[in-house]
Design a binder for this molecule. Structure first.
Ligand SMILES: Nc1ncnc2c1ncn2[C@@H]1O[C@H](COP(=O)(O)OP(=O)(O)OP(=O)(O)O)[C@@H](O)[C@H]1O
Length: 247
C-alpha cells in the first residue's frame, strides 16, 4: 500500500493549519510523524482518514482518493486514535463483531484473529465486559485489537504509546513489525523519539504545518550536518528558531 500526500493545504473552518504538505509512505514502511505540540500531526491524520477535506492538493491510497470511492478508501485504513472512543452499551465481544461487520471481515475470521490479539494484550477473560468501564490503557488495547483484526493495508496510529504499560508497548511494536512484514504500511505520530528512532524506517518532521524534514536517520544527519546525532538531538536542532531563521 502506498499513501501519497501531494501538496496538501488544509485545516479547520477558517483556519489553515497544513501548508503544502507533501510526503509518501511506501509499501511495508513504518513512518514516524513527529513535531511539537500544535505542529499539525493530528490534523494531517484527520485529513488522511477523511474527517477533514483538503483545501488544496490530494491524498491517494494506492492511487485512490476518498472522493472516487469513499467506502473502498476507508476500508483500507485501520485507525487508532489518541483518545479511545468506545460504545458505552457494547461489550468487548460486540465491539469485535461490529468492527468485523464494518470492515466486511467474516465473523469467524474476526473472532479467530481477535483471540490471538486478546491473548497478546491479556484481555481474553474480558470478552463479556463493557470496555467503557476499562482503564485508559485497557481501552487503548481494545482500539488496537479492533484496528488490527481488520488487517488493513494502512495503519494510522496517533500517539500509540500514551497510557500503555511497557509490556503492551512491546507487544504493539511486535505487532506493527509483523504487519509491516506482510506489506502493510504504518504512519505513526509520536513524541517518543527514542522508540521512533529504533523502529521507524523514516520520519516526517512537521513544524507549524509544514514538512521541514523527510527521510531516515542517516539522511537527516547528513542533511542537517549533525553526524552521530540522535533523532532527539536532530529534532531539537530542527525546531530551533534560530536555525529556522538562518537555515
Ligand atoms: N478543531 C479545531 N478547530 C480549529 N483549530 C484546530 C482544531 N484542532 C486543532 N486545531 C489547531 O490546529 C493546529 C494543529 O493542531 P494538531 O492537533 O494537528 O497538532 P498536533 O501536532 O497533533 O499536536 P499535539 O502534539 O499537541 O497532539 C493547532 O494550532 C490547533 O490549535
Amino acid at each position: 500500500m502506498t499513501l501519497k500526500i501531494e501538496n496538501l493545504t488544509g485545516g479547520y473552518f477558517g483556519t489553515t493549519v497544513l501548508k503544502d504538505v507533501d510526503f509518501t509512505v511506501n509499501d511495508g514502511e513504518l513512518v514516524g510523524l513527529i513535531g511539537l505540540n500544535g505542529a499539525g500531526k493530528s490534523t494531517t491524520i484527520q485529513e488522511i482518514i477523511g474527517l477533514l477535506t483538503p483545501y488544496q492538493g490530494q491524498i491517494l491510497l494506492d492511487g485512490l482518493s476518498i472522493r472516487e470511492d469513499a467506502e473502498t478508501y476507508r476500508k483500507k485504513i485501520g485507525f487508532i486514535p489518541e483518545q479511545p472512543s468506545l460504545y458505552e452499551e457494547l461489550t468487548l465481544r460486540e465491539h469485535i463483531e461490529v468492527t468485523a461487520l464494518a470492515y466486511d471481515v467474516a465473523p469467524e475470521v474476526a473472532m479467530s484473529r481477535a483471540e490471538k490479539l486478546l491473548k497478546t494484550f491479556r484481555l481474553s477473560d474480558k470478552l463479556d465486559w463493557f470496555p467503557a468501564n476499562f482503564s485508559k490503557g485497557m481501552k487503548q488495547k481494545v482500539m488496537i485489537i479492533c484496528a488490527f483484526l481488520t488487517e488493513p493495508s494502512l495503519y494510522i496510529i496517533d500517539e500509540p504509546f500514551l497510557g500503555l504499560d511497557p509490556l503492551a508497548i512491546n507487544d504493539l511494536i511486535d505487532l506493527m513489525l509483523e504487519m509491516k512484514k506482510t506489506g502493510a504500511s504504518i504512519l505513526m505520530s509520536t513524541h517518543i523519539l527514542s522508540t521512533a528512532e529504533r523502529f521507524c524506517d523514516k520520519f516526517i518532521v512537521l513544524h507549524e504545518g509544514r514538512v521541514i524534514a523527510d527521510g531516515d536517520l542517516a539522511a537527516l544527519r547528513v542533511k542537517f550536518n549533525l553526524p552521530e546525532a540522535s533523532l532527539d538531538e536532530i529534532y531539537v536542532a530542527l525546531t530551533d528558531e534560530s536555525w529556522q531563521a538562518h537555515g
